[in-house]
Design a binder for this molecule. Structure first.
Ligand SMILES: Cc1cc2nc3c(=O)[nH]c(=O)nc-3n(C[C@H](O)[C@H](O)[C@H](O)COP(=O)(O)OP(=O)(O)OC[C@H]3O[C@@H](n4cnc5c(N)ncnc54)[C@H](O)[C@@H]3O)c2cc1C
Length: 406
């Protein structure tokens, strides 16, 4: 088996792998994407595809640590700008719909949460408007009587996840990149100043030498890092989605809940997609995770309470998909301390962040300042040998030394 070379090997062809492949290929790098199965079939093929620009509810059902909205929002703002120009950049439609969204509250406590998040959003440059229940129903008459207040954000939206990942991979291919499907990475070893990556078996085995490995394997991120001797604390989680049958155009906005797990929108094809991070029954990282009937009932009942018209729609299907959560629920992105040339990116809401993280990884790999400050989001905080306060040995991690903005 001959050994090939690449400027960067990207492990995983989900939306993050596809985005970074496109960004690097367009910048002149010879990239090779290695994918265990078919591209875009795991988290990136089962996702709700919401573009979350106003603050999300800080805890999906079952989540232990709340999300730090004040830190998250400037990243959402930067991600929003990239979605604005994505279709032009990829030279195709991926059904990006920026038709705005409501986040609703049903209790006085949740109403206060809306006011708090409104302040953080203003500080991050995200314009939101607070509406009382009647004003919210006047703006969206489909909302039910339990809605006590809402925030409106005209940046919220969604995109078709089944189009985004393939469009990024096509863009990479047009610029000389290669994607190899059904090529599971099995071994990663240090090779001089770079890395040797081995994928597939027997006649299909590939050996590639490269200075840069990008581990964007979603829930398998820790497993891939472990092949290179790196221990990263990530928690794979499986959550589920529910889809109704197609109906005529009824609702053009995204609707979310500030205190409970709920997101609802009508997609271009006419189906309503109902989600909000409800846990699947079980997770199967080797196959398909099982969906939970309890989560189905809880999620759909909540959707019907907030948007009563859903009661009249038949449920078409439900599915579960995996994602990778960090212990602090914040994204992870950057070069691994002590492992030059080994980069990782992942975490929840990686669909929203895919355009931003693709660009950010390209900047980091090229030694340029990234478009947003990610110095506190590096993988050092997930490594067992360092404490939360210590982001790893400074001399090995170039990320912190770079200036804060592109
Ligand atoms: C049901 C659900 C709803 C969601 N809703 C939203 C939402 O509305 N908005 C939002 O922003 N985010 C949402 N998310 C989260 C978001 O979709 C994910 O964070 C994102 O898709 C993850 O992308 P990824 O590229 O990091 O990982 P993945 O898409 O999981 O891709 C990782 C890839 O790595 C591959 N891989 C694994 N092991 C190997 C190996 N050994 N060799 C080669 N390849 C390997 C896998 O096969 C996989 O294709 C949702 C997730 C789920 C599951």
């Amino acid at each position: 088996m001959s050994t090939r070379t690449a400027d960067a090997v990207i492990v995983g062809a989900g939306v993050l792998g596809a985005s970074v492949a496109s960004h690097l290929a367009r910048s002149g790098h010879r990239v090779l994407v290695l994918e265990r199965g078919a591209p875009g079939r795991e988290g990136s093929g089962t996702t709700a595809g919401n573009l979350h620009m106003q603050a999300v509810h800080t805890k999906r059902p079952g989540q232990a640590v709340p999300l730090d909205s004040a830190r998250f929002l400037p990243l959402q703002r930067a991600a929003s700008d990239r979605w604005e120009t994505l279709e032009e950049e990829l030279e195709t439609s991926v059904e990006v719909r920026r038709t705005g969204g409501f986040t609703i509250a049903e209790t006085e406590e949740q109403y206060q949460e809306l006011r708090d998040k409104h302040g953080w959003e203003a500080a991050a440059g995200i314009h939101t408007e607070i509406l009382d229940g009647d004003a919210a129903r006047a703006a969206l008459p489909l909302l039910g009587p339990t809605v006590a207040a809402a925030t409106w954000c005209d940046l919220d939206g969604y995109a078709n996840p089944l189009k985004v990942t393939p469009a990024y991979l096509d863009s990479a291919t047009r610029h000389g990149g290669r994607t190899v499907a059904f090529a599971p990475v099995r071994r990663i070893t240090r090779n001089g100043d770079g890395w040797r990556v081995v994928a597939g078996r027997g006649a299909a085995e590939r050996v590639v030498d490269t200075p840069v490995v990008v581990d964007v394997a979603g829930p398998w991120l820790g497993e891939i890092a472990a092949m290179a001797g790196i221990t990263l604390r990530m928690t794979p989680v499986a959550i589920q989605m529910h889809a109704t049958v197609r109906s005529s155009a009824t609702m053009s906005h995204l609707v979310q809940h500030i205190g409970e797990g709920l997101s609802v929108k009508q997609v271009t094809a006419g189906n309503l997609l109902i989600g909000g991070g409800w846990p699947a029954l079980s997770m199967d990282l080797a196959g398909r995770s099982d969906a939970s009937l309890d989560s189905l009932v809880g999620n759909v009942a909540l959707a019907v309470r907030v948007l009563p018209f859903i009661r009249d729609l038949r449920l078409l299907r439900m599915w579960a998909g995996p994602l990778a959560a960090t212990p602090d629920e914040m994204p992870v992105i950057g070069e691994v301390p002590g492992a030059p040339g080994f980069y990782v990116a992942g975490g929840t809401y990686a669909f929203t962040f895919a355009p931003l993280w693709g660009e950010t990884l390209r900047c980091l790999i090229e030694g340029k300042p990234p478009p947003v400050d990610v110095s506190d989001l590096g993988p050092g905080r997930l490594m067992e040998q360092w404490s939360q306060e210590d982001n790893g040995p400074e001399q090995e991690n170039h990320q912190d030394r770079r200036s804060k903005r592109c």
